[in-house]
Write a protein that binds this ligand. Structure first.
Ligand SMILES: Cc1ncc(COP(=O)(O)O)c(C=O)c1O
Length: 447
């Protein structure tokens, strides 16, 4: 693995130096004039007509080893060496003592919560601005996810809102580094320590992101990652847990391997503890070992381009780039997010903005919805098990407190661009900026 790294400060300096000359004249002097006449949505010429970088990218040099492994019939981790090899490499890359590979990010979270003692009837504080897996895994452990409001400026859990959601049942906090943006881990860990809570970082979108010099996923008790097909480190389906506590990691191994003894989980019988099968296969590990050859370089390119976009898009009224928490050394950018403030953009609705941006040849989406109102939540709360585990009073109070104004605001304002777009060139980033600026200049025609 190379040591090539760009600090956030370096990246900002590079981006600003590149754009200052044009910025000084006019905030929109970087627009290609030929394309500004009419939005493509209304029949004008598109800002961008060429393809964006594809994802995932396959490296053919990995094929010989994969074919040999397939021909050997040693497909599961018990039969071969590649899963263990990946675990060693990934722990090294993350700066963690240990890594356990799992079948997916969801299974990594399930294992982590179980070994940290999140049990039936417990409560877990969790970010609501996330993928469903972050709270589904809490339900799967028969605990109650308690959503803590999001700071819309950072897209992340607001640590100042955590304490008032803690009850005598709260056993853990599950912060999510959404889009690879580092959550404020010092404040989260401080609350955890004061209330004797465990911390599982959902770093499923945050490979190589850093907070105060440490990799995301290494700042709590355990950190979980996803390697699903769309992820910045992909293998179709796959996941991992990292941690520094050997006993905890032994328990993770044992649980993910049907409860068989492992390390400090002693052999009192063939299956001394409860367990499940959450194992990774050899082919997933081989693909990951190959994908890891590019991850650091890709992360540098994404970071540099994201900082360039931040510096330029923030010049356009109505576009608010994500505020980075103090201690953010680098974001991983699984998506590039920003907020769209309709009233500062001539009253154009976010839906129309997204449609118009897509028409300009810039793929984009609206980010997450109000996940705290998902149907699966009432389905769980009304289930036989939850009615046994929690009093009706507690469940009703949960419903009353499930009001998240910061998160609601973010779900109305967010716009996201795909990580693979950030692997493009500076001129590709200019296409994004030009398209947004063009829509601003033509805002009246879009209302
Ligand atoms: C924030 C977050 N948590 C958890 C997961 C679950 O990971 P997987 O899809 O590998 O099970 C994902 C995957 O999209 C995710 O984005």
């Amino acid at each position: 693995m190379s040591n090539r790294k760009i600090s956030r400060r370096q990246a900002i300096t590079t981006a600003t130096a590149g754009s200052l000359g044009t910025m000084a004249l006019s905030p929109f002097s970087f627009i290609h004039l030929k394309n500004t006449v009419k939005p493509a949505l209304l029949g004008g010429e598109k800002v961008r007509t060429t393809a964006w970088p594809q994802w995932p990218v396959w490296d053919e040099s990995a094929e010989q080893q994969i074919i040999e492994m397939l021909r050997s019939g040693r497909w599961w981790r018990g039969g071969g060496e590649y899963v263990a090899e990946f675990e060693k490499e990934y722990a090294l890359l993350m700066g963690a003592d240990r890594c356990l590979a799992t079948a997916s990010g969801t299974t990594a979270l399930l294992v982590a919560l179980h070994v940290l003692g999140v049990d039936a009837g417990d409560e877990v504080l969790v970010s609501p601005y996330t993928f469903i897996a972050s709270y589904n895994v809490i339900f799967m452990n028969k605990a109650l996810p308690v959503f803590v409001d999001t700071d819309p400026e950072t897209f992340l859990i607001d640590p100042s809102k955590m304490e008032k959601r803690i009850t005598d049942r709260t056993s853990a906090i599950l912060p999510v580094h959404i889009y690879g943006l580092p959550a404020d881990m010092d404040k989260i860990n401080e609350v955890a320590q004061q209330h004797d809570l465990r911390v599982v970082e959902d770093a499923c979108q945050a490979w190589l992101g850093e907070y105060k010099g440490k990799k995301l996923g290494t700042l709590g008790d355990l950190g979980c990652y996803s390697f699903q097909n769309s992820k910045n480190l992909p293998t179709g389906e796959g996941g991992a847990i990292v941690g520094n506590n050997p006993e905890l990691m032994d328990r993770c191994y044992s649980f993910h391997n049907c409860g068989r003894p492992y390390g400090t989980v002693e052999r009192t019988s063939d299956y001394p503890v409860r367990g499940s099968n959450r194992r990774m296969q050899q082919i997933q590990a081989l693909m990951l070992l190959s994908q890891m050859k590019r991850i650091e370089k890709d992360a540098d390119v994404r970071l540099e381009n994201a900082m360039y976009l931040d510096s330029k898009l923030s010049e356009i009224p109505g576009i608010k780039t994500a505020k980075l928490v103090e201690g953010n050394n680098r974001s991983a950018y699984h998506m590039y997010p920003f907020r769209f403030i309709s009233k500062e953009f001539g009253g154009v609705s976010r839906g129309k903005f997204l449609e118009a941006l897509q028409a300009e040849g810039i793929p984009c989406s609206a980010g997450y919805g109000q996940q705290n109102k998902d149907g699966l939540i009432e389905e769980a709360l009304n289930s036989k098990g939850y009615k046994r585990l929690f009093t009706q009073n507690r469940l009703n109070r949960w419903r009353e407190e499930n009001r998240l104004p910061g998160n609601d605001q973010l779900t109305r304002e967010a716009v996201t661009l795909y990580q693979s777009m950030l692997l493009g060139s500076k001129s590709d980033m200019d296409d994004i900026v030009n398209a947004v600026a063009k829509l601003y200049e033509n805002r009246e025609s879009l209302t």
